[in-house]
Structure formats: structure tokens, C-alpha cells
Design a protein around this ligand. Sequence first.
Ligand SMILES: N[C@@H](CCC(=O)N[C@@H](CS)C(=O)NCC(=O)O)C(=O)O
Length: 245
Amino acid sequence: MPETITLYTAKVCPYAHRVELALEEAGAPYKAYQIDLQNKPEWYAPKVNPASKVPAVAYGGPATLPESPSPESTKIAESLVLLEFVADLYPNSPLLPKDPVLRAKARFFIDAVGTKLNPKYFAFVHRGDAGGAEGLLQGIDDIQKLLPDEGYAVGKDYTIADAAVTPFLARMEISLKYDLGSFDVGEGVKVYETLQTDPKFARFRKYFNDSKARPSFQKTFDESYLVESYKKRYEAARAQKKKTD
Ligand SMILES: N[C@@H](CCC(=O)N[C@@H](CS)C(=O)NCC(=O)O)C(=O)O
């Protein structure tokens, strides 16, 4: 029986969201503690994660308040390490298949998320790079090509491969749908329309809709919070840019 888990997380953070999804999918009991990334508590780095990032987990040790985790608990950080950790704690969950080939496929998919999709997402949404829209659509197609005809990244079960990508797709969708990013005004919505209607992205649409319909996602995603937070981030930056143009 796994020991107590405290997850240090933040609603805006896609990396932390990965771990919440995995814990929910495993049916793990855990305590989620929100870290305000704009104003991190002074105890967080020394007591939990010296890198001062979320996600991090305090695992085991006597029950304590999240603000003062026991020195006897093990502190673990990095979202992809934590995805594997949750799968290891719950070996009977479908989070990581038993078949070595499917395990390799799950890890290959996770690698593609980090090397093919996310750099394109950051380039378009966070930096507004020239050619970013086409780049992002290419990145999504790269991921789409890895999907089997039905089900999730490596088959019928939702695994850590899916938990690794869903949070990024969900945040990307908000940026595109509400046109909130560093791209030029109107560019996000254009990409959103393409993803919604182009037959080329039909498999991607089905995959993403299935992922969003899962109770794990419904329970852990706060769309209105993210919309407000992206509005603050990008509308202020656009207003500033207008002034200096
Ligand atoms: N490689 C890390 C990245 C985690 C990360 O960058 N987290 C961000 C929030 S999304 C963070 O905590 N940044 C620290 C800060 O904002 O000060 C992982 O996969 O867990």
C-alpha cells in the first residue's frame, strides 16, 4: 500500500497537471497543495524542492501539514519522473502497460511531446515567433501520426503518455480559442478553427476530446482560472507593445 502523498502544484502549470492526472487515474489518495508561483512561500525551496518549481511530491513519513513536510518524507520533483513514480506505486493501474513494447511506445510518445510538440507550442504561443502557426500545426500532426487508429497514445488505456500531453494541449487550446498568446491578434483563433474543422486533424480531435472527457481531466482542470490568468499575462503585454509601436 503506497504511503501518503502530498503534491505541490499550481493550476497554471502543465507539468504539475501531468502528475495530478496520473494520481487521479491511479485512484491514489493524495493531498494537493497550491503554490502561488508569483509569490512562493519561503519554506518551499528549502523544505520541498531546491529548484523551487512545481510539481514536487513529499512521499511517506508521518502525517504533517503541507507547509511543514516531515524530514522523513522523500521529496521528488520533475513531472516525468513523477509520472513513472506514480505508475510504479500503482503497478496494477493501466498507467504504464506491462508489455515492454507498449512501455517503450509510451516513452517514445512522451519524448515526442517534449521534442516535437512543446517547442512548437512555446514558439507560437509564448514567443509569437514568425511561422509559429504552421510550426504548431506540424507539431500536432507529428503527435497525431503516433496515435493508433483508436483509443489513446498506446492503445485502449489512458497511460502516462497521455497524461504527459493532455495538460499542454488543454492550455494550448485556451490560448488559441480565446486568442491569448504572444502571436498577432487573430492568429490563435485561426489555428483553432483549423484544428476544429480540417479533416486532416480528425484523429487528433477525437483523441483530445476523449482525453478531456475523462473524470481525471474534469476534476483537475480549471478553464476559467486559466482564461483569467492568460488574459492578465497577454493582454497586458499586448497593450505594452501597442504603446511602444
Ligand atoms: N522540468 C520541470 C519543469 C517544471 C516547471 O517549469 N514548473 C514551473 C511552473 S509551470 C515552475 O515551477 N517554475 C518556477 C517559477 O515559476 O518560479 C518538470 O517537468 O517538472
